[in-house]
Design a protein. Structure first.
Length: 240
């Protein structure tokens, strides 16, 4: 059986501090993670949890993925920005133009995210996190569509996007040019297998689609660290 997107993992210098920030910004409830780590949970079944794990490597360059948060009105956008700033976020400049409607911020660990203006048709009905916007190739978009069995909801000019058949957050890849990877990604996918799944068969399926096992042999007894076709780390959790 196909593994499912269980969580977006975020390596953090202070996991509890960063979890508290995102809990306040998103309004998501904190919960114990599967390894006594810190997680926050979405309000419905269409979302994925955010897991905050200890990370010692300093941030190097811009992340390959960032969250796009949705707004229901200009007032709602301003409230989200104010809430993020009060919780420890800050404005940053990534080359956005003054006339662009979205607001670019960074969380206390320097991870970029955007608060999108109201009325964005592409993110309509997606939820609080409208998209996980990734720097990546068309090939990696196709890979994740097949790996998760999520349909492509955008495939144009080498830009791709997928979304769960149940709705919720979209995952997008912007196409070329793709910036060089600098160190381990701070945000990465964690997949979980159903209870009756054969882990080795699922790993073989992912490899047949274009994934590779990480050189380190990755993970612990419960998790296997892998790389997608763009070299991004992701982990596969054994059924429990």
């Amino acid at each position: 059986m196909t593994s499912q997107l269980f969580a977006i993992c975020i390596d953090a210098t202070r996991p509890s501090h960063l979890a508290r920030f995102w809990s306040e910004v998103l309004g998501w409830e904190p919960a114990d993670g599967p390894d006594d780590d810190i997680a926050i949970l979405p309000p419905d079944a269409t979302g994925f949890r955010l897991r905050f794990l200890p990370g010692r490597e300093p941030k190097a360059g811009r992340n390959r993925a960032h969250f796009d948060l949705t707004s229901t009105s200009p007032q709602d956008q301003r409230k989200t920005v104010a809430r993020a700033l009060e919780a420890g976020g800050k404005h940053i400049d990534v080359g956005q133009l003054p006339e662009e409607g979205h607001v670019v911020l960074a969380d206390p660990d320097g991870n970029e995210f955007c608060v999108i203006e109201a009325g964005n048709a592409f993110l309509a009905d997606t939820g609080r996190i409208g998209a996980l916007a990734c720097d990546g190739t068309q090939e990696v978009g196709y890979f994740w569509s097949r790996a998760l069995r999520w349909p492509l909801v955008w495939d144009q000019d080498q830009e791709t996007a997928i979304q769960s058949p149940h709705g919720g957050t979209k995952i997008t890849w912007g196409g070329p040019p793709v910036a060089p990877k600098t160190g381990r990604n701070r945000l990465y996918f964690e997949l979980a297998l159903p209870a009756d799944a054969d882990r080795e068969a699922e790993l073989d399926r992912l490899i047949s689609l274009g994934a590779a096992r990480a050189d380190s042999g990755g993970g612990d007894g419960d998790r296997v660290l892998m790389l997608d076709p763009d070299g991004n780390e992701f982990s596969v959790r054994s059924p429990r």
